[in-house]
Write a protein that binds this ligand. Structure first.
Ligand SMILES: Nc1nc2c(ncn2[C@@H]2O[C@H](COP(=O)(O)OP(=O)(O)O)[C@@H](O)[C@H]2O)c(=O)[nH]1
Ligand SMILES: [Mg+2]
Ligand SMILES: [Zn+2]
Length: 293
């Protein structure tokens, strides 16, 4: 019996990699179906020559893409094309926190900004650096390549970020062997590249990474708006100092978060995004809420 990690699932067949990086293509044991065990990409498993025999308990699970035991999410936002959005950044950060996974902020396409624009962006992001690792990257100048290699080392990484942010380009820049489909290639050639329709963990530097078509959409229907306060680590850390134990930092008096926004210690835009996201979650119709089903 051996132990390894599932890195790919296609047509009911699982590819498992062992400690020595040997690959095995396996089926799950028949009894798994009756026990409602369905192995996922990312799972640590015991296996023999033909079958997955046991699935170890998962540390965490992502849906869309379905992937387990993720160490961190590389949250990719472009400096331009599309323009950097702090609202999108704050939404993604809250979602990733909600999954209990470490987010790493990666700003791509920094070559498209002039020095002044980049200075403004960096200064706005400096607040985030107290709570998150921030990496600046460009596939044109190759700035940040080493930072990405360092941060992904020995980790299972998942990419997130809107379509066109530069996720596939980032991976191809760091490891040209991946040869992932990027936007212009998919338009020009259509086929012949790795397409990202199934979930797969690729060897990446000395870790693993999943390029994800699915985790580009924000899905907040799993959460209640009053849970948002847990997913802003900078606000959560202050919650003991708010007058009310259950303070949502929206309307309650003697709120420490709002006090720090007023004196400029928390950027106003980050707080405004919090309020926007809070109301967006509130507006999700109950019929769409998975947690109420
Ligand atoms: N100038 C510049 N363009 C980039 C950079 N990274 C990606 N792009 C372009 O942005 C577009 C979308 O990139 P892609 O990797 O497909 O984004 P994805 O949808 O997040 O995987 C493509 O046209 C890329 O050539 C970069 O660092 N600099
Ligand atoms: Mg892509
Ligand atoms: Zn408060």
């Amino acid at each position: 019996m051996k132990k390894g990690r599932i890195i790919k699932l296609v047509g009911g067949l699982y590819t498992v990699v062992d400690q020595e990086k040997h690959l095995f293509v396996l089926k799950p044991l028949g009894v798994f179906r009756y026990r409602k065990i369905s192995p996922k990409v990312g799972d640590i498993v015991d296996f023999d020559n033909d079958n997955i025999l046991k699935v170890y308990e998962r540390v965490n699970e992502l849906y869309r893409p379905t992937i387990s035991n993720v160490d961190q999410v590389l949250l990719v936002n472009s400096a331009k094309k599309p323009n950097f959005s702090f609202l999108l950044l704050d939404k993604f950060l809250a979602m990733i926190e909600a999954y209990n996974i470490l987010p790493i902020i990666i700003v791509t396409k920094v070559d498209l900004m002039n020095e002044e624009e980049l200075q403004v962006l960096k200064s706005n992001l400096s607040y985030y650096e107290k709570y998150f690792k921030v990496i600046y990257f460009s596939k044109v100048t190759r700035v940040g390549v080493q930072d990405v290699l360092d941060i992904t080392k020995n980790k299972v990484n998942v990419l997130a970020g809107q379509t066109g942010a530069g996720k596939s380009s980032l991976l191809n820049t760091i490891d040209p062997n991946l040869n992932l489909e990027t936007n212009e290639i998919s338009k020009a050639l259509g086929r012949g590249k790795h397409t990202t329709r199934h979930v797969e963990l690729f060897e990446f530097g000395s870790g693993y990474i999943a390029d994800t078509p699915g985790f580009s959409k924000l899905e907040f229907q799993d959460f209640q708006s009053d849970q948002l306060k847990y997913y802003y680590p900078d606000f959560f850390k202050l919650s003991d100092k708010c007058k009310f134990h259950e303070c949502t930092h929206i309307h309650e008096p003697k709120c420490e978060v709002r006090r720090l926004v007023e004196i400029g210690e928390i950027p106003k835009f980050r707080y405004d995004n919090y309020v926007t996201i809070f109301h967006e979650i509130q507006a999700i119709k109950p019929m769409y809420r998975r947690d109420l089903k």
